[in-house]
Ligand binder design. Structure first.
Ligand code: ATP
Ligand code: MG
Length: 575
């Protein structure tokens, strides 16, 4: 571990923006940090940490914590550690550690040389435990797990002391050393802090510090058969790293007295401060690693990086950008009270970013063939298409046009309702950038399915403009059949069909059966062949899409990130 070093004076904290773009005052955590820096507490240093347990993939809730912890470090001229809280070997795996590295870096944050593992501190944590025993502040308890539970008491009734609570320091030390040496079976004894079984705060009723558990650890192998509890390892890991502000979610509020008790009891040189904030909850989403693991193991989704998952690897594959997620986290801010955030606010941030950055292309999801009878066979013309109207520097590209095209099946109606301005028998529409065409005939097979739509074109409308200024209301996109790239397109909808799946008796019963729709016969403009996985674009009129790693050079696969429609923008406009 690197020794903590003094840092330069902190820059002014950045102003945060609300949705409307007006600056707001610093949140309560930033207020604490500003005050601490002003008063010289912690020597003016700011050291935070992001401490995931490597027992699953990171999700959007973690993104909030990552943006907060790394953001604080950046804003106040400090540093943020990445610490793997790997104290429970039964659930932890290298795969998860690697995914955590990938996801934090992808979000745009760097821990530099400050990557730590709670398991690196096992020896120091053990020594601290002996110190507590020597100070008469910890004891070995030999009650069974059930008996311990029975002694704990309830919210209204105090607990009862264990008959082993008054063991001598010598006996405790001897037993604890034997626990470490592997002389007892799993569960035979635990080490507990000696605090107060009558405390109104159940966390303070002689909490467990160490348990015997024979399990090979991903990093320490079989070196240990006792493992520290989270509530013990966490504050002391913070202390060992000279963390100043230990930011965590609200459920740890009741654990703060224990956090402080350990630092005082061990008379530690560093005194990190635990500060709690409200975790992120999102509508139509579950954000719990345990549940996400259930979704993966139960094959309700296709892995941790399924684009429907709220994991960072899932939303990345879906086409969400780190910029959009950071903007979202900044907008929701941090508060002291739990709340539910509308997922359309996240989608709004993603659309805003994708609208600014993604090239527009033509893709036909459910193709139907159009033959332009008046267009010469074998002829090919190229039309310039604007890459991004939001970004003139993105320029244009050339799109091939020929006699046989594909258009969206939805853009043709044989019997058009009122207000349908697209193609229909006898109707004229604009093929974007190309020509005005009129539908002359519909050809069907024996079963009555449309085989092709036959049209004529107006050669004088080259570029898509009516020569005589006549009004043509509909404009549709198209792809030249001879040049089209065959592709699979995957459309996603919310994974859950209820707003708060967490409130359901069984959240698995509320999975949205229509969350994935696969369109195997899409036709895309030729520029879309061979794009690397993760390439983002907008299929005009249809939404934002990105290339999926399942694609091959011969058959790309595209994910629809989001449709173009933005329900949040409407809510904002109305509100
Ligand atoms: P889960 O509830 O999904 O199992 P966890 O809290 O057990 O998450 P950890 O790996 O311990 O997962 O989390 C690492 C950090 O991320 C912790 O500081 C935790 O408080 C924070 N965190 C986890 N979930 C959220 C959330 N929904 N919103 C904000 N922060 C979160
Ligand atoms: Mg946790």
């Amino acid at each position: 571990m690197t020794e903590p070093t003094a840092t330069a004076p902190a820059p002014e904290p950045e102003k945060k923006l609300t949705l409307a773009g007006t600056p707001t005052s610093p949140d309560f955590i930033r207020e604490i940090v500003i005050e601490d820096q002003a008063s010289g507490k912690h020597g003016g240093r700011v050291v935070t940490r992001f401490p995931p347990e490597p027992n699953g993939y990171l999700h959007l809730g973690h993104a909030k914590s990552i943006c907060l912890n790394f953001g604080l470090a950046k804003e106040f001229g400090g540093r943020c550690h990445l610490r793997m809280d790997d104290t429970n070997p039964a659930k932890e795996e290298m795969e998860y550690i690697e995914a955590i590295h990938r996801d934090v870096a992808w979000l745009g944050f760097s821990w530099g040389e400050h990557e730590y593992y709670a398991s690196d501190y096992f020896e120091k944590l053990y020594q601290h435990a002996e110190t507590l025993i020597l100070r008469g502040l910890a004891y070995v308890d030999s009650l069974s797990a059930d008996e311990i539970r029975a002694h704990r008491g309830t919210l209204t009734a105090p607990g009862k002391n264990s008959p082993y609570r008054d063991r001598s320091i010598e006996e405790n030390l001897d037993l604890f050393r034997k626990m470490r040496a592997g002389e007892f079976p799993d569960g035979a004894h635990i080490l507990r802090a000696k605090i107060d079984m009558a405390s109104p705060n159940i966390t303070m009723r002689d909490p467990a510090l160490y348990r015997i558990r024979r399990h090979t650890h991903p990093r320490t192998g079989d070196a240990w058969c006792i493992y520290p509890m989270y509530d013990y390892a966490h504050p002391l890991s913070d202390e060992l790293e000279a963390v100043t502000h230990s930011v965590c979610t609200l459920e740890f509020e009741a654990h703060r007295p224990l956090y402080d008790w350990l630092l005082v009891s061990l008379d530690t040189p560093n005194r990190p401060q635990q500060i709690e904030f409200a975790r992120l909850n999102l509508t139509y989403t579950v954000l719990s690693k345990r549940r996400l693991l259930e979704l993966v193991n139960g094959k309700f989704v296709n892995g941790w990086d399924d684009p429907r998952m709220p994991t960072l690897s899932g939303v990345r594959r879906r086409g969400f950008t780190p910029e959009a997620i950071r903007a979202f986290c900044e907008r929701i801010g941090v508060a002291k009270r739990d709340s539910m955030v509308d997922v359309s606010l996240l989608e709004h941030a993603v659309r805003e970013d994708l609208n600014a950055r993604s090239p527009r292309v033509f893709g036909v999801l459910r193709p139907v063939k159009v033959v332009i009878e008046t267009y010469p066979e074998g002829e090919v013309e190229h039309f310039d298409a604007v890459n991004n109207p939001e970004d003139p520097s993105a320029g244009t590209r050339s799109v091939p046009f020929s006699r046989e095209l594909y258009i969206e099946a939805d853009d043709f109606r044989e019997d058009p309702p009122k207000k349908f301005f697209r193609l229909a028998p006898g109707r004229e529409v604009r093929l974007r950038y190309a020509y005005l065409v009129t539908c002359k005939e519909v050809v069907r097979d024996a079963e009555g399915n449309i085989v092709e739509i036959r049209c004529t074109h107006d050669p004088a409308s080259r570029g898509g403009n009516a020569p005589d200024g006549r009004r043509v209301q509909g404009t549709i996109h198209w792809v030249s059949a001879a040049h089209a790239v065959d592709a699979e397109v995957r459309l996603y909808d919310r994974l859950f069909s209820v707003e708060n799946p967490n409130a359901e008796e069984s959240y698995l019963d509320k999975l949205n059966p229509a969350s994935l729709e696969v369109l195997p016969h899409a036709k895309l403009e030729p520029s879309l062949a061979g794009k690397p996985a993760g390439w983002l674009c907008q299929f005009e009129r249809l939404g934002y899409f990105c290339a999926d790693p399942d694609g091959t050079p011969g058959k790309p696969v595209y994910n629809r990130t989001l449709t173009l429609k933005d329900s949040w923008a409407k809510i904002e406009a109305k509100g």
